[in-house]
Design a protein around this ligand. Structure first.
Ligand SMILES: [Zn+2]
Ligand SMILES: [Zn+2]
Length: 160
């Protein structure tokens, strides 16, 4: 009557051992999976942030970091020959009377263009910018930064 006790206990112990063993294996697998997943997530987020920062700076036409990233990425940039074909001139404020008609602003660095500064006049739309500012922009874009019109028109479009 009292002989089935020990066997029952042994079975219990066996079961417990098996259970704990399988738990340990599961824990290890889960830990490895979690580590891999977190590594992947961190990598993806890092890449996304880098891309967002690069495009954001380039889009806003930032002066420092934007210039570096814009010159590195050479997508859809204007060819040097097409760039030099854009007329370059020394800005003259002009003798026009009338309020606001005598000055111009560079939309890239947001500074007022002063008399005698060298500017480029985009033939497609007539917008003008500092030579340094627009050259930097046109190395990675083929459009006017102000109105997005194609710079150089058909010639540039055919080349790309
Ligand atoms: Zn400028
Ligand atoms: Zn324009």
């Amino acid at each position: 009557m009292s002989s089935y006790g020990p066997t029952g206990a042994a079975a219990d112990a066996l079961e417990a051992a098996a259970a704990s063993g399988s738990y340990r294996v599961c824990d290890a697998v889960v830990l490895v999976c979690l580590a891999c997943a977190s590594c992947l997530i961190i990598l993806t987020v890092a890449v996304c942030f880098r891309r967002a920062f690069a495009t954001g700076y380039a889009g806003a036409g930032g002066a420092g970091a934007g210039a570096a990233s814009a010159s590195r990425g050479s997508r859809c940039g204007l060819a040097p020959s097409a760039l030099s074909a854009i007329p370059k001139l020394a800005y003259q404020r002009g003798a026009g009377a009338g309020p606001g008609c005598g000055w111009a602003q560079c939309a890239i660095c947001l500074a007022v263009v002063r008399d005698g500064e060298t500017v480029r006049l985009l033939p497609a739309c007539g917008h003008l910018f500092h030579v340094d500012c627009i050259d930097l922009w046109l190395r990675s874009h083929a459009t006017c930064p102000l109105c997005r019109r194609d710079v150089g028109g058909d010639a540039a479009a055919e080349k790309v």
